[in-house]
Design a protein around this ligand. Structure first.
Ligand code: BGC
Length: 738
């Protein structure tokens, strides 16, 4: 290959078909410099020269084949294109959003869901997904909290690794799997103020102990790709950060795949005030360890041949990156058969088994936040009239959440339709009650069609509100569906407030005032301010954005065909003023003095990390250990027996937390170290065990700048959420490691 062709292998272009519709409303990332038609012409010319390694955003199998032919025809090197795409929570079959999947605390369902997503993606010609997002997120103002697994390193690592296994399977050349690309390396979730793309300041101990472990787990699970991040990490743009990609990713984690930049992030090194110009940006990104550049047009990597000729970049460095990309293509089986079987793709997308997995996933993801007086489950036999109210009650698109484009709305029933189908005999009325809220600034993805909230032209606010209250008054139960429209969350969708948008709280208050029992169903992807609801609404269930089968799942949950069993993967603040609030904080001066924190708000969250109820009760037995003390290479086994003492079959997520009493650093008041979701029939019991040893207790220490296992005493708590009391302890006789 010529240097230009090698540099071409390192270039990934957006295929701008998706942008034509967008053109009228937004610039789709093209700025004023180019029309979509000009951009496509640039890409096609580069394809014909054999100077494109990959395309993103092509999902039509026939178009994939056409572009692949263009890349191969008349091209001496004969290297096919790699097609990448954001397959975040499904392609045609849409699963609950990632934060919801994490709320299942069930790596097995996460793996099954992403295996289905991979099967659909590969069938249409996608070889590689830009997922999972394993960024820890501790600030619900940040819109992309919806794309990750929440605030905790151990849960995040388990969910991230399960996604990689689901996407990639055993072998990437499997015609039903895709390459996984954990992102965004690293620290993106800690954007200052929750503002997307804003700078990130993370101490080394926070990075190593909290933000990096999910990446390490995803890499150990075999991830073939890693994506860079947009923002500055401790003053250095992540995409040009040699330390991150060389010392951490390759040398410490042993990553042997290829690194792709985030979209336009290489050219943005100039915007950051880091690179002098486009050419400098290309040299510095490549030298730092970014192997492939994802770009809209005019990639910085197209200047690499000039930089090579000028001696600004070594041939070895260019070759190394090209080799990594070519190896990924070979491992993905592209050299054997790069074309798509269009007929088969239709069959795969229509597979009903995929929808079954989506329903199960939505059921396992739901979190029952409150259930006073056991209002739930509803008894269908006792219901003759149900009112389903709220501006999200009849929405299809919003049930799917952000980051999906290839869904089929015809197979996405609304929550009201789902209840109607399940309840059969009862009359199920629905009303929006309040006007849907439209963002004042369009979302990045509004232009992709059907993404904006729909407001009927003749919407009469007063009449609609009155109708909702009338229906609530006449009903046996009111199911109020509130939350955030899906275009209010995700990329470029941060908020400065956590209040329910628009007049939704007012509607809820008026419905509660009718005296009809109220079930609040939440459709959202981040905590919202529920202070009023948590005191006044008897039942609250977090459905998240539950996906294609969300309505069927919600109906089954509400009537008790299945019990909710999900748990919060994040600490739910009372108000935005508490943010950031995490369960695993350290204890410092005067911890019992609440007023030393806020005098105007309790320091506790509204719902703790790990919280989630079910339709039964669980009793925890005594926590036991098989030994009182452990040396550096020993592992203790923590055991507890959990019994279902209620009268519904249900799941419990048994959670192990530890607290180190003293040592070479102040360690968090508690940290999750293991979890296990069990299903128990009424009266049944199960003994759950967890290992506790070096792997769980070693941490990165800022004083020694290395990994430490302290000689100490470790308190142990096992229970159903992060308030479980400490009832056992183990002595660690380890020497301090370096
Ligand atoms: C996002 C990435 C995404 C990429 C391609 C970027 O704006 O930050 O997460 O994979 O676009 O769609």
């Amino acid at each position: 290959m010529t240097p230009a062709q090698k540099a071409g292998q390192l270039s990934q272009y957006m295929w701008a078909d998706a942008l034509t519709a967008a053109d009228d409303e937004a610039d789709g990332g093209l700025g004023d410099t180019m029309t979509p038609a000009q951009q496509r012409a640039q890409v096609e010319a580069a394809l014909a020269r054999g100077e494109v390694g990959s395309l993103l955003f092509v999902t039509d199998p026939e178009e994939t084949n056409r572009l692949q032919r263009l890349a191969l025809d008349g091209n001496p090197h004969g290297v096919p294109l790699l097609f990448g795409y954001d397959v975040i929570h499904g392609l045609r079959t849409i699963f609950p959003v990632p934060i919801a999947m994490a709320a299942s605390w069930d790596p097995a369902i996460v793996e099954r869901a992403q295996a289905v997503a991979a099967r659909e993606a590969r069938a249409v010609g996608i070889h590689w997904t830009f997922a999972p997002m394993v960024d820890i997120a501790r600030d619900p103002r940040w819109g992309r909290i919806v794309e990750g697994a929440g605030e905790d390193a151990v849960l995040g690592a388990a969910i991230g690794a399960a996604q990689v296994r689901g996407f990639q399977g055993e072998r990437w050349d499997d015609p039903e799997r895709v390459i996984a690309g954990p992102k965004h390396f690293a620290g993106y979730g800690a954007a200052v103020g929750g503002r997307d793309y804003d700078e990130v300041e993370l101490s080394d101990h926070r990075l190593w102990n909290v933000y990096l472990p999910p990446f390490r787990a995803a890499i150990e699970a075999g991830a073939g790709n890693v994506m860079t991040a947009y923002m500055d990490l401790n003053g250095i743009p992540a995409t040009g950060n040699r330390w991150l990609f060389t010392e951490v990713l390759r040398e410490t984690f042993g990553f042997d795949g290829f690194v792709v930049s985030d979209f336009n992030a290489v050219r943005n090194l100039v915007t950051h005030g880091f690179a002098a110009d486009l050419r400098d940006a290309g040299v510095r990104a490549l030298s730092a360890g970014t192997d492939m550049e994802m770009a809209m047009a005019d990639p910085a990597f197209a200047t690499l041949p000039d930089s090579l000729a000028a001696g600004d970049v070594d041939l070895d460095v260019l070759d190394r990156a090209a080799r990594r990309v070519l190896l990924a293509k070979a491992r993905a089986g592209l050299l054997d058969d790069p074309f798509v079987d269009v007929e088969r793709s239709r069959e795969v997308l229509a597979d009903p088994a995929h929808r079954e997995v989506a329903r199960e996933a939505a059921e396992r993801a739901a979190v029952l936040l409150r259930n006073e007086g056991s209002l739930l489950p509803l008894d269908p036999a006792a219901l003759s009239r149900v009112a389903v109210l709220g501006p999200l009650a009849e929405s299809r698109r919003d049930l799917l959440g952000p980051w999906c484009f290839d869904y089929d709305l015809d197979e996405t029933p609304t929550l009201a339709e789902g209840l109607r189908a399940r309840l059969g005999n009862a009359v199920v009325d629905s009303a929006w009650g309040v006007r849907p809220v439209v963002r004042p600034t369009p979302s990045l993805f509004d232009a992709h069609g059907g993404n904006k909230p729909i407001v009927p032209a003749d919407f009469d606010d007063d009449a609609e509100f009155a109708r909702a209250i009338e229906l609530a008054t006449a009903a046996d139960v009111a199911v109020v569906v509130l939350g955030e429209w899906q275009n209010m969350i995700g990329e470029q969708a941060s908020r400065s407030s956590l209040e329910l948008p628009g007049r939704q709280l007012e509607l809820l208050q008026a419905v509660v005032a009718t005296g009809t029992p109220v079930v609040l169903c939440l459709v959202n992807g981040r905590p919202v301010d529920l202070r009023w609801a948590a005191e006044n609404v008897p039942a609250i269930i977090e459905l998240w954005y539950p996906g294609t089968q969300g309505a069927a799942a919600a109906a089954r949950l509400l009537v008790g065909d299945v019990s909710p069993g999900g748990k919060l993967p994040l600490t739910w603040p009372r108000s935005v003023g508490q943010v950031p609030i995490v369960y695993s904080h350290t204890i410092s001066h005067d911890p019992a003095n609440q007023a030393a924190r806020y005098w105007d708000e309790p320091s506790t969250p509204l719902f703790p990390f790990g919280h989630g109820l079910s339709y039964t009760r669980f009793a925890y037995g005594v926590v036991t250990l098989d030994r009182d003390s452990i040396g550096p290479d020993d592992t203790a086994t923590v055991s507890v027996t959990v019994t279902n003492t209620g009268d519904h079959a249900a799941d419990e997520v048994v959670q192990l937390y530890v607290h180190q009493r003293h040592g070479a650093a102040s360690r968090p008041i508690r940290e999750l170290k293991g979890f296990c979701r069990v299903t128990l029939e009424p009266g049944a019991a199960e003994t759950v065990t967890f290992p506790l040893g070096r792997d769980q207790l070693t941490y990165w220490n800022a004083a020694t700048r290395g990994w430490v296992l302290d000689a100490t005493v470790v308190d142990i708590a096992v229970g159903g959420d992060s308030t479980a009391p400490f009832t056992a302890a183990v002595t660690v006789t380890a020497e301090r490691a370096s």
